[in-house]
Design a protein around this ligand. Structure first.
Ligand SMILES: *Cc1c(COP(=O)(O)O)cnc(C)c1O
Length: 471
């Protein structure tokens, strides 16, 4: 064995202890850490792209990394990172994630680990938490982008099946053009269309309802009626990123009765609201969808990277993802046969963080997280609406506040960007830019388990402070 490997094998306990120590320090300082560290600290230091010949051993490498780069890490796991849709990590999920790397299992039906059985049970518990029926199968993938990819990959197989074409075998050209209809598809779904060979151009944007991000079912029906016979995927939103608007799923289901299409529901973060009886009605109808996306690293607060794809078409899914090789078990149709149901071959034991979090906090813990975030988003929204310097661009539907600067003279985009840059430099709260209804906006998305009322006050103070600074 290489002497450094031998040394690290002997020092394993010290290496783990050192890691624990660094992690503890990071977590203890998370509330004070800038949400956006200084730009200089985000740069690579000279020489650090050079490969070492001998290596320093893990302890020295660890200390060197921490010394040089800890300052360049964002408090994105903390309670005031409202940019994008960024979850943190509950203690149970973090503990599990450490163990995932430690035990380093390949989550497959390989008859040598319990990992796949726990993944299946985690999916079962999540369906229970979110009110999804048993008929759905599901698996862990790296994020909502991949969950959307999987949903649409099966959705592409389905119109082929109707026409006696096996797209997985014959390719998408055998099927011909697929049309993909959506009012507000997330950009990751557009990326998935590219990866799937359906093509970004296949997306036809359907009008939204007036003053809403929800699809206009009448406009959708008009389009469906004019394209009868075309292979069709409808991408519904269950929580848009700007205003957390939910498409009218019962209405879409009624249309599906008349004009057959594959209904994929992107519920990346909005779907988690189904764990609250108060907000579950927003998702009414999703239990009839063909495929569903739910992110775990957002509102379920497990570490990156983790999401769940659900579908009710196990056989079709296996047609797409089956993987034949002399050294692998043949694809038998069962919901935990992940090798034959997901894009990956080897897979991290990605289910464990959610499994442990559900054990640790249960239904009521998840519900608290969701309801507290929504209540705090409403508090933030109310305060911004009542302020001198800000106005809401849309009502606070759930956990996202979409707002803008008030009384801006001149270039509104530039003013917004200057404000966000000042906010970043102040480091207390992170918000990210958007465009809503043609207007430059700012988003604050609340999905972190730690966020409390005091964080909203700190965020508001920082926003007022950055507004008052000379422009
Ligand atoms: C975040 C998000 C995605 C993409 O998710 P990743 O986990 O970043 O891949 C897709 N759809 C919606 C609605 C999202 O909010």
């Amino acid at each position: 064995m290489h002497p450094r490997l031998q040394q690290d094998l002997d020092q394993f306990p010290q290496i783990l202890e050192r890691t624990r120590h660094l992690a503890e320090g990071f977590l203890a300082g998370l509330q004070q850490r800038p949400v956006c560290p200084p730009l200089a600290s985000q740069q690579l230091q000279p020489g650090d792209d050079r490969l070492a010949d001998e290596g320093d051993g893990a302890l020295a490498a660890l200390d060197d990394f921490w010394l040089r780069y800890a300052e360049g890490l964002s408090a994105s796991a903390g309670p005031r990172y409202f940019g994008f849709v960024t979850g943190g990590s509950t203690p149970a999920a973090l503990a599990a994630d450490w163990l995932v790397s430690t035990v380093d299992q390949n989550s497959q039906l390989s008859h040598d680990t319990v990992a796949a059985a726990i993944e299946l049970a985690t999916i079962t518990q999540l369906k229970n938490l979110l009110g999804l029926p048993e008929v759905f199968n599901g698996s862990f993938v790296s994020g909502a982008t991949m969950a959307n990819f999987v949903g649409m990959a099966i959705g592409r197989q389905w119109p082929g099946q109707q026409r006696g074409i096996d797209v997985a075998e014959q390719g998408v050209t055998a099927l011909g053009p697929v049309q993909v209809l959506s009012a507000n598809a997330h950009s990751s779904s557009v990326k998935a269309l590219s990866m799937l060979g359906i093509g970004r151009d296949a997306l036809k944007i359907i009008d939204s309802l007036p003053n809403s991000e929800a699809i206009d079912p009448v406009a959708l029906e008009r389009h469906l009626a004019a394209s009868i016979g075309a292979p069709t995927l409808v991408l519904a939103s269950a929580g848009t990123v700007n205003t957390v608007t939910f498409d009218d799923l019962p209405h879409l289901l009624a249309l599906r009765e008349r004009y057959p299409f594959w209904l994929h529901v992107d519920a990346a973060f909005g779907g988690v609201a189904a764990c609250s009886p108060r907000y579950a009605p927003r998702l009414t109808g999703w239990e009839q969808a063909d495929s569903i996306t739910v992110d775990a690293h957002k509102w379920l607060n497990v570490p990156y990277d983790s999401a769940i794809q659900f579908s009710r078409h196990l056989a079709l899914q296996m047609q797409v993802f089956q993987n034949h090789s002399a050294y692998l078990e043949a694809p038998t149709l069962r919901p935990d046969n992940y090798l034959h149901l997901t894009p990956e071959n080897s897979r991290r034991f990605r289910a464990l963080p959610l499994w442990l979090a559900l054990k640790a906090y249960g239904r009521s813990g998840m519900q608290d997280m969701v309801e507290r975030n929504v209540q705090l988003a409403q508090l933030l929204g109310t305060a911004l609406a009542a302020s001198e310097g800000f106005r809401l661009l849309a009502p606070v539907n759930l956990n996202v506040v979409c707002f803008a600067l008030k009384n801006i003279e001149g270039d509104a985009v530039a003013a917004r960007d200057r404000f966000i840059a000042r906010l970043d430099r102040h480091g207390v709260v992170r918000c990210t830019p958007t465009l809503y209804n043609g207007q430059p906006g700012i988003r604050a998305a609340l999905v972190n388990w730690m966020t409390q009322e005091s964080d909203i006050h700190l965020a508001l103070e920082s926003m007022q402070h950055c507004l008052a600074e000379p422009h």
